[in-house]
Design a protein around this ligand. Structure first.
Ligand SMILES: [Zn+2]
Length: 237
């Protein structure tokens, strides 16, 4: 029965190995990491767009400000001229005053536009700050998750290596002829299991009661015993 016991262990080991491999394929972290990565990239793209917008706003603001400065200089000059008494002609005086008025309005309009731009810049800066904060949080989450994923992956690789070693040791102990028989049997069943347990007269492979004769034989602890329903090698404990 020792040979069959070893085969049983080998079969159990194989089952555990398949389970480990299945786990390796379905790490939940993989999906989460992918989602986080996509999130981070989206965030980075958004920040870039906002930064470009901010540059444009600041450029426009600068333009408005220099426009205001020019207009004010012009007005100052005109005002000096107007009140210096240089202009005596009534019509010229009227034109100059009108121009002053127009320029004043222009300055006010430009100042209004500049104010709006300043507010826009402030808002954009605030949004960028918030996005950068979110980005930092997400990057931190990614690092944490990646760390635990790497550790789990390494742990699984170690477990698989251990399995491989145990498997090798077991195979060395099993008679090659019995081994061949076992492999052939495994190929015959959907569950790929060539060894079954005989418990309370029932085969764990086909879940059927074995014959009375077989049960009787099993009491004598024979070297090999096969289920007379399914043909699996039976382990009697
Ligand atoms: Zn059976």
């Amino acid at each position: 029965m020792t040979g069959i016991k070893h085969l049983w262990e080998l079969q159990t080991l194989e089952e555990e190995k398949l389970d480990l491999e299945r786990k390796a394929r379905t790490f939940p972290e993989v999906r989460e990491l992918k989602m986080l990565k996509a999130d981070i990239e989206e965030n980075q793209a958004k920040i870039q767009v906002m930064k470009d917008e901010l540059v444009q706003i600041k450029r426009n603001l600068k333009q408005e400000e220099s426009g205001i400065m020019l207009l004010k200089e012009k007005m100052e000059k005109a005002s000096t001229q107007l009140y210096s008494g240089e202009i005596t002609n009534a019509k010229e005086l009227e034109t100059a005053e009108k121009n002053m008025e127009i320029n004043k309005e222009k300055v006010e309009e430009a100042e209004d536009r500049a104010l709006v731009l300043m507010e826009q810049a402030e808002k954009a800066e605030e949004q960028i700050k918030q996005l950068l904060k979110d980005l930092d949080t997400k990057k931190g989450q990614f690092r944490e998750l990646n760390k635990s994923y790497t550790e789990r992956k390494a742990g699984l690789a170690r477990a698989l290596e251990e399995h491989e070693a145990r498997n090798k040791k077991l195979v060395e102990k099993i008679d090659p002829q019995l081994m061949q028989k076992f492999f052939k049997l495994c190929g015959r069943f959907d569950d790929k299991k060539g060894v079954a347990l005989l418990e309370n007269g029932v085969c764990s492979g086909c879940h059927m009661s074995v014959s009375f004769d077989l049960l009787k034989q099993s009491k004598n602890k024979p070297k090999e015993l096969m289920c007379d329903n399914c043909g699996r090698l039976l382990l009697v404990e």
